[in-house]
Design a protein around this ligand. Structure first.
Ligand SMILES: Nc1nc2c(c(=O)[nH]1)N[C@H]1C(S)=C(S)[C@@H](COP(=O)(O)O)O[C@H]1N2
Ligand SMILES: [Mo]
Length: 523
């Protein structure tokens, strides 16, 4: 009879063959159809909001890697179990494998952008896995009366019988050679699949985009927008350093030649625009700071870039928005949705269907070919990346992705200020030192930033210049640091005269509030 360890190894290797083959086929179909990713994506969608918030805040941008690792660990446990069952009775093992495939197919088909061909990787993978499981299970045993030394595990009541009724005995050497062969096949398939899948990206199409000049260029940045203090967040966030948040496990690859934006719903004339048509429309350039609602006080999920795009209002006017509509439900190619207040988009601010970021076509992770950018609203209610569809509707009729998951349907950005320098927990030298950071109150503007040490008097920080109210604003404060432990706090006041509340809240449901506070040691 097959010992438990051998069964487990057989199961793991068969699962490896299944996944390697599935990845190979995904390379030809599309990487999103790889069942592990689909199961991961489905997990993201059904995970309760508190767990997801916890994951985003503690794992940050590695949350996706951790999720995929989690799916693989669960899968490995299941695979080992299947292998052990197969050693007892092959049919049970195969049934287990079938169940596993059914979960994969369910996950793949319930993705919002599912295509029927997406089932191919799972189907072929399960077939290959079943083949490997059968072959390895049979290979590791042989009829008891055949020649060759019997391994001591030879059971008295063997569960596996060879055709013809001979009891089967375990043969370790044959198992291990079979395992080696299978591992090589699985590994090679996986590598080839990744390579082919990786080549089917839109990078080439992206580098070919020739960006037209803006009809409405942004004003040149004021000379004093960046205080140039070492360690302070630069005024312009580079595309590489810009934070990234999305629910998709694989970055959607949207071919600009096939891209279309549909505007429909409560409009007089539904319209469809291609990428080439969009590039011919009057383009607006604007400096806008984007912020994620999940950003904790003092957190990193905020960035500032120069965007280029078509005003959303212009496009909506073309389609004739009806008077009783109050919401835009935008959808991305991967099925994510945002609900944006219509009045905000129409009030004259630079709400854009953006095609470029800091002078280059949008990076793929930031929404290539087209994304929304709306000054003053958190990303989850405004900044749809890979946007393909905008439905003009009403908040009382439609709901966006995050709303049933515990986040507010409407979420203007809360005024915030952050200390970048010194960093929390730093030890610094006594004497004159710069305390510096950024503050934001998008579309209202930051009018004042104050700092206080050890809960003393609030004192005014120096403010950098800004091109307008839609970006963050650098600030700095000269401090004569005396030896000891000190608490440093910051708060901003917006151009409407509202000072940030001291009341600390978590990001859910509509953004964190409170003053960023750090402690430093002066020695
Ligand atoms: N398609 C899609 N667009 C999306 C999201 C998403 O999950 N999918 N996340 C939103 C959120 S929560 C934020 S904060 C911004 C982040 O944009 P960035 O990744 O370019 O910084 O994108 C928004 N657009
Ligand atoms: Mo976000």
């Amino acid at each position: 009879m097959v010992p438990v360890w051998a069964g487990a190894v057989t199961g793991l290797v068969a699962a490896g063959v299944a996944l390697g083959t599935a990845l190979l086929v995904s390379g030809f179909v599309r990487l999103e159809a790889f069942p592990v990713l689909a199961v991961g994506d489905a997990t993201v969608d059904v995970t309760p909001a508190p767990i997801k918030d916890w994951a985003i805040s503690t794992l940050g941008e590695s949350d996706r890697a951790v999720l995929v690792a989690g799916v693989l660990v669960v899968l490995a446990g299941f695979a080992a179990f299947i292998g052990v069952q197969a050693g007892r009775r092959l049919a049970w093992g195969l049934a287990g494998l079938g169940l596993f495939g059914a979960i994969g197919i369910l996950a793949v088909l319930t993705r919002p952008d599912a295509r029927l061909t997406d089932v191919l990787p799972t189907l072929v993978g399960v077939a290959a896995g079943a083949g490997a499981l059968t072959w390895l299970t049979r290979r590791s045993t042989r009829p008891a009366d055949s020649t060759g030394p019997l391994v001591e595990h030879s059971a008295e009541r063997p569960a596996v019988m060879w055709p013809g009724g001979a009891p089967a005995v375990f043969d370790r050497r044959r198992l291990l050679t079979g395992v080696t062969g299978s591992v090589v096949v699985a590994g090679a398939s996986a590598l080839i699949g990744r390579e082919i899948g990786g080549r089917r990206t839109v990078d080439a199409a992206r580098t070919r985009v020739a960006l037209p000049a803006p009809r409405f260029p942004a004003k040149p940045l004021p000379a004093g927008a960046d205080l140039g203090i070492k360690g302070l967040t630069p005024f312009v966030t580079s595309n590489e350093a810009f934070y990234r948040v999305h629910t998709a496990l694989v970055v959607p690859q949207v071919d600009p030649a096939a891209w279309k934006l549909r505007i429909h719903g409560m409009v007089d004339r539904p319209i469809e625009v291609t990428y080439a048509e969009l590039l011919k429309m009057p383009l607006t350039e604007a400096d806008i700071t984007l912020t994620c609602v999940s950003n904790e006080v003092g957190g990193p999920l905020v960035g500032n870039a120069r965007w280029l795009g078509v005003r959303m209002a212009e496009m909506l006017r073309r389609s004739g928005v009806r008077a009783d509509a109050d919401m835009l439900l935008s959808t991305s190619s991967d099925g994510f949705t945002c609900g944006t207040p219509l009045d905000v988009v129409m009030d004259g601010r630079d709400a854009l269907f953006a095609i470029a970021m800091n002078g280059e076509a949008l990076p793929v992770e930031h929404g290539f070919p087209v994304r929304q950018v709306v000054p003053g609203l958190y990303g989850y209610v405004s900044a749809t990346k890979w946007v393909v569809d905008v439905k003009v509707t009403r908040f009382d009729r439609d709901e966006a992705y995050w709303t049933p998951r515990g986040w507010a349907a409407q979420a203007p950005i809360k005024t915030q200020s952050r200390i970048d320098l010194p960093r929390a927990g730093d030890t610094i030298k006594p004497g004159r030192t710069a305390i510096a950071g950024v503050a934001w109150a998008q579309h209202t503007g930051v009018d004042a930033v104050e700092v206080r040490i050890d809960r003393g008097e609030w004192r005014q920080a120096r403010l950098a210049q800004v091109p307008g109210p839609d970006t963050w604003r650098q600030w700095a404060f000269d401090w004569d640091a005396t030896p000891g432990e000190h608490t440093v706090e910051v708060r901003a006041t917006d151009a409407a005269g509202r000072t940030q509340t001291e009341r600390r809240t978590r990001p859910t449901p509509d953004g964190a509030s409170g003053w960023h506070t750090i402690t430093v040691t002066v020695a």
